[in-house]
Design a protein around this ligand. Sequence first.
Ligand code: BTN
Length: 268
Amino acid sequence: MAAGLLNSGDEDLSSDNVKRHLSTRFVGQAFHYFPSVTSTMDVARALAVGGAPEGSVVLAEEQRQGRGRLGRAWLSPPGGNLTLSIILRPTLRELSRLTMVASLAVVQAIRQVATQEAAIKWPNDVLISGRKICGLLVDSQLQGEAVEWAVVGIGLNVNMEPAFFPEIADSATSLYRELGRPVERLPVLIALLASMEDYYVALRLGKPIQREWARRLETVGKSVVAREGNRVVEGVAEAVDDEGHLLVRRSDGTLVHLVAGEATLRRV
Ligand code: BTN
């Protein structure tokens, strides 16, 4: 058993078994399972470039070079969490909202399977009790205004014990940590793929999913230190706009639009 894991990780997440339980029309209907890869983002990208259908999923038990946002590494011991990437083919307008789709899908899957209420930290971390349980990453390829492909990466901590990893011991959590018992990954995965499809279809139909996303954002209304590239902005996170940009009101009254980056709550 890998260090920091609370079960043996021997659940069957193979394509055949996953597809037996899937209730979706397209998300996960092409399912690629790997014991070990560099990063599911790399494998999904190659499949997307090769014309893989929308909804194709790449899931790996181990990532040797798992990637986080802002050039960070993604830490996940082999076999106990969910690390996957989903290939989508959205429009440019939909592309900017894919992190809303994925974060809402994760929140819903956690509610359904583990009866826990999660919050979203702008722009796309999912938290329980203020600790990160899931990180999301979106890669895409544009040709002019057209999106050739997008890949949504999801790293959901299921059975890891963050206390084993000093670098994330205080900031991360897992379903195991919240529930105090190991959690079967298959039902979580099945619920997650179904929620991904539901929210993605809602987005495509023009439904205002950004309102639900904004309601779930723990960041809005709080004092934050926000970073976008080299820019650091301190103020009150006043709102998010329809595209998910964060509006931060500085103490001098000016309003700053942040497109990406991260926002940490400020102790006042
Ligand atoms: C973050 O919060 O920094 C984003 C983390 C994204 C991690 C997932 S795990 C599956 C996919 N493959 C990767 O290498 N990264 C994403």
